[in-house]
Design a binder for this molecule. Structure first.
Ligand SMILES: Cc1cc2nc3c(=O)[nH]c(=O)nc-3n(C[C@H](O)[C@H](O)[C@H](O)COP(=O)(O)O)c2cc1C
Ligand code: SF4
Length: 518
């Protein structure tokens, strides 16, 4: 058997040197006259082990990582093509604790298969969901998605099936499926990882959404900062079209569905669904007032399903294995699995797909292994730049939409950023306000003006100018922004600000007091 060598070409792995490692391996193969097949797979998501090279040999899959160019000769000398021991040897990747502890439903193939091989996709369970959907009535597909309990993974956690039902029930000559791949939240990379590592699962999910709602055209709106994902998705769409997965007769059925990739120009607010639709239509990315809902009047005024990448990529497994199978994972109203993205100052950063319900402490301490700096964890921001900072005292919070909301937090797109005890929470609160000021679309006053005034007021607190009065002012301003903003950019900025203020009041003491304490 010719050995196969898997070297990820996922952006994360590339950033860590995977391309140079691939070149060094190719060179070594040539020089030694060894025949082997190199497969450029996605990442399995254990980024602290990337570049992780795997060999498929008689012993099965054997992983090595993190591999440096300087390791390559030694790997060949030690006989790694047969899975032999080496200082970078990790053994069976499925048994690496970070990976073994996961429940991979949406990311089942990511890092395992060749992302652009439709054959490999099918061999590993792909297209089964679409085939089942084709044999069903649209309303039954929608019911299955609703019954699975799947909620939007983009941030708001809105039930996916209910959104689809609105589009199905709205008569129109044209409907659209729009995939939100803007992925602007800090610490998030799940959308990118799946687009680069298993693009057909997103295509399959979108095709199912089209058949379920009567939409024949889809758009994937990808942020421009994701050139590898854009290239992979474009290629995958071409392959799917050629194979008849997309087109006028999806898999030979009576259903038509096709899609295009569109690239955003790089604004956080263009991840907000109505702003995204404006951008997709070639207009400025400004938030639209709701109603009308995009499900009724969305892209070009037509009924539109707009879903996050992970929401759509989770649909094939729901259709394949059934609603009950999916909803059996999770807790409360948070059903199924969630790809948690662990980042920031953390030892084991990466993507961890698991059923809802792990506590924040388990995720940070057990899975993440604590801080990379080795200092105590001070705070964890969950849910991107608009998410709250949780102190260690709240580490018993289960990863669940409602449980986080009860503690004035949010799950968002499930990105978590870890900070050690050197973090200054006043600076983080200021950053949140400044971020909102910079990214505001400017449509409503509480956000456009509030965020600027908020930044100035926090600066005054830092300078020790009337701190008590200015703290009251920030609190008051946060209330106005929370309840008066048109969208969640202005509406949720108070979460990081108020959580920093509430849980770390010592960081908001006037500058002379803080300096004396340091
Ligand atoms: C400022 C802002 C930025 C957002 N950015 C994203 C994003 O990058 N990706 C995303 O999927 N949803 C984002 N959302 C949420 C979307 O508005 C919307 O809820 C989502 O696309 C719906 O898909 P889902 O139901 O599958 O989550 C953002 C919302 C706001 C207010
Ligand atoms: S809250 Fe901010 S981003 Fe949202 S509509 Fe208002 S100005 Fe625009």
């Amino acid at each position: 058997m010719i050995p196969r060598i898997f070297i990820p070409d996922d952006s994360g792995a590339l950033a860590l040197g995977a391309e140079k490692v691939a070149k060094a391996i190719e060179k070594e193969l040539k020089e030694r006259g060894i025949e082997a097949k190199i497969v450029r797979n996605g990442s399995r998501g254990a980024y602290f082990l990337e570049p992780m090279v795997e060999v498929a040999c008689d012993a099965g899959r054997v992983a090595y990582g993190p591999v440096k160019v300087s390791d390559v000769k030694g790997l060949f000398d030690s006989g790694f093509l047969k899975g032999s021991h080496h200082k970078r040897w990790l053994g069976d990747p499925a048994k690496i604790p970070f990976l073994a502890k996961q429940t991979r439903l949406t990311f089942a193939r990511c890092g395992i298969t060749d992302p652009l091989s439709l054959d490999a996709y099918e061999r590993h369970g792909g297209l089964k969901g679409l085939r089942k959907a084709i044999a069903m009535q649209p309303a039954d597909i929608v019911k299955q998605v609703t019954d699975s309990g799947l909620r939007g993974r983009g941030g708001a956690g809105f039930p996916t099936g209910i959104k689809w039902k609105t589009v199905l029930d709205t008569a129109a000559d044209q409907k659209y499926i729009v995939c939100n791949a803007d992925e602007g939240d800090s610490a998030t990379f799940a959308d990118r990882m799946i687009m680069e590592g298993d693009p057909f699962v997103l295509i399959e999910g979108m095709a199912i959404a089209g058949i379920a709602t009567g939409a024949t055209k889809g758009y994937i709106y990808i942020r421009s900062e994701y050139p590898h994902a854009v290239a992979k998705m474009n290629r995958a769409v071409e392959i799917a079209r050629k194979a008849g997965v997309l087109g006028v007769k999806v898999l030979g059925s009576a259903h038509a569905f096709d899609m295009e990739v569109r690239v955003g120009a790089g604004a956080y607010v263009c991840g907000e669904e109505t702003s995204l639709l404006n951008s997709l239509e070639g207009k400025r990315g400004v938030v639209r007032a709701k109603p009308p809902l995009p499900a009724i009047q969305g892209l070009f005024g037509k009924p539109t399903v707009i879903n996050n990448v992970i929401s759509l990529a989770s649909v094939p497994i729901v259709m394949d294995k059934g609603a009950e199978y999916y909803r059996d994972f999770g807790m409360g109203r948070s059903r199924g699995t969630i790809p948690i993205q662990i980042a920031g100052n953390v030892k084991h950063g990466g993507l961890f797909e698991t059923a809802f319900g792990l506590t924040l402490g388990e995720i940070v301490d057990d899975i993440g292994g604590g801080t990379a700096s080795g200092r105590p964890v001070k705070a964890v921001q969950v849910g991107g730049p608009l998410g709250a900072y949780f102190p260690r005292g709240l580490f018993d919070t289960p990863f669940d939409y409602e449980e986080f909301a009860k503690r004035d937090g949010l799950i968002g797109h499930a990105g978590i950023t870890v900070f050690d005890d050197s973090a200054d929470m006043l600076k983080m609160a200021r950053f949140a306000m400044e971020f909102c000021a910079v990214e505001s679309c400017g449509k409503c006053t509480p956000c456009r003006v509030g965020a600027v005034r908020g930044t100035e007021t926090i600066d005054r607190i830092a300078a020790g100018i009337e701190p008590e009065k200015n703290l009251t002012l920030v609190t008051d301003l946060c209330n106005t922004m929370k309840f008066g903003s048109l969208c969640a950019l202005g509406g949720f900025t108070p979460y990081p600000v108020m959580s920093a203020l509430t849980h770390f009041p010592e960081d908001f003491k006037p500058a002379p007091v803080r300096a004396a304490a340091e």
